[in-house]
Write a protein that binds this ligand. Structure first.
Ligand code: ATP
Ligand code: MG
Length: 443
């Protein structure tokens, strides 16, 4: 081959096209997922990028005879005749009557965890310890196909709304929001921080692009071992300029979520079915002020002591309330207390005790925080001083305000949190491909 043209040729047929090849001999490539020997014939299941294809071996089908190197987890090229068949529940499918198997690569050992049953039956920690192997289970794989769909929906929708996709640095000289949960690291003798969020950079890009989004990792040194916190997670962030109020951001998020859910229903139907995922219908999302939500929680729940923020049980209660009252899986809570929101959050001019901010709860857990940001230079410098911060440490961030920024705001949406609640998992680690937590940095 002394020239390449950019057209990748293949002599294989994807499963989605089997329908058009009934009665013909076709080739497929994949990994041998399961071999079930039935003495005079055998089922050989081939795992391809998105499907598991049932192939049947029998000496009646051709002169080909199965050899000892046809083992589970070997990579193979299989040829066979396409025939229609039925699944156990009676739906239509296609299988191959094997006429040849070419082994392309052999495993050196047998897998440490059973991966060819319906699901991984080992404990979560064992599943996570063996991620390179357990992810091959079609149900585990489907989780991350769904996650791909969520990111794709976020990207497609925002791109259609004239957002520019950006990538901001993850190694930073100053921590975005400070606090105790920043990771410090040695950078040629200097202390630097891993980004907790793209916040300050995405704001900086508002006078450049007007609307930006980023899908990327963020780092939080969470000191507690909880079922909803990771130390590295994927944040889906956007920031938009020229907003009339922070409700514009909530409208945009509602549009994004509608688009994502429709995309999952349409383009990820097989994964949705495999996981039994309950994809929410979104028409509109109800809103409640923090103060009103808090009063309701205090009335309905016992032992609420923190009047400034929600405990997980309050979020859970509010989730149920939104479902009963509005039939909604989502609830926006707005106007969080100024004392609880970061320094860049705009205060409500009618009541500076509260901010023009919101959280989005999904099935009773926070998945998003967002709000309008301060755009006026003096106002931002004043607020930093009031909070005991040194504006000089933020000189490059403050160039945004100093040299003019339109009214703007945005949000951050945790990908694993959203996936977790979409799929009904109890632990966010189940929705992380290679989770990082207080006790885990491998695999
Ligand atoms: P929480 O109160 O639940 O700890 P937060 O308010 O500290 O979250 P934000 O800074 O508002 O988190 O982050 C925005 C979103 O990122 C959250 O709504 C959530 O979806 C996600 N998120 C935050 N921290 C984590 C984490 N440690 N692991 C996974 N997702 C997270
Ligand atoms: Mg938050």
């Amino acid at each position: 081959m002394d020239k390449v043209t950019g057209e990748l040729k293949t002599d294989c047929v994807p499963y989605s096209q089997f329908k058009e090849h009934v009665g013909e001999v076709v080739n497929i490539k994949g990994v041998i997922h399961n071999i079930r020997d039935m003495s005079d014939f055998a089922f050989v299941l081939i795992r391809t990028a998105r499907d598991v294809i049932q192939c049947v071996y029998s000496p009646e089908f051709s002169d080909y005879r199965m050899t000892d190197d046809v083992v589970e987890q070997a990579s193979a090229k299989v040829s066979g005749k396409v025939v229609p068949s039925k699944t156990r529940d009676g739906s239509e499918r296609y299988e191959l009557q094997i006429t040849g198997i070419d082994i392309l690569s052999r495993p050196a050992d047998i897998v440490p965890v059973v991966i060819n049953k319906k699901q991984i039956n080992a404990e979560l920690s064992v599943n996570l310890d063996n991620r390179p192997v357990t992810l091959r289970n079609p149900k585990e794989r489907a989780i991350f196909k769904i996650q791909e769909g969520i990111q794709r929906g976020f990207r497609e929708y925002l791109t259609s709304q004239d957002f520019t996709e950006v990538h901001t640095p993850k190694i930073n000289f100053a921590g975005a929001e400070g606090g105790t949960n920043v990771f410090r690291l040695d950078y040629f003798g200097k202390t630097v921080f891993l980004a907790q969020s793209p916040q300050l950079y995405k704001q900086t890009l508002i006078p450049v692009f007007e609307r930006v989004f980023e899908i990327g990792p963020v780092f939080r040194a969470e000191h507690h071992d909880t079922s909803r916190h990771l130390n590295e997670y994927i944040s889906m962030d956007f920031e938009m300029g020229f907003i009339d109020s922070f409700y514009d951001i909530m409208e945009m998020e509602t549009g994004v979520l509608k688009y994502i859910m429709n995309l999952l229903r349409e383009k990820y139907a097989s994964e949705v079915a495999l996981l039994g995922a309950d994809i929410p219908e979104i028409d509109s999302i109800p809103c409640i002020r923090f103060k009103d939500a808090k009063e309701m929680c205090v009335r309905k729940l016992k032992n609420i002591t923190d009047m400034h923020d929600f405990e997980p049980e309050e979020e859970a209660y509010l989730g149920k309330w939104a479902k009963q009252q509005y039939g909604s899986d989502f609830l926006f809570v707005t106007h969080f207390l100024t004392s609880k929101r970061p320094f860049y959050t705009m205060e409500d001019p009618e009541d500076p005790e509260v901010t023009l901010s919101f959280d989005l709860l999904f099935r009773g857990i926070e998945i998003t925080s967002g709000g309008q940001r301060i755009h006026d230079y003096n106002e931002q410098v004043e607020k930093m001083k009031r909070l005991g911060m040194n504006p000089e440490e933020f000189d490059t961030y403050l160039m945004l305000h100093k040299y003019g920024a339109p009214p703007h705001g945005g949000l951050g949406l945790g990908l694993e949190r959203l996936t977790m609640h979409l799929l009904g998992f109890k632990n966010v680690r189940s929705a992380a491909m290679f989770p990082r937590d207080i006790n885990r940095v491998t695999p």
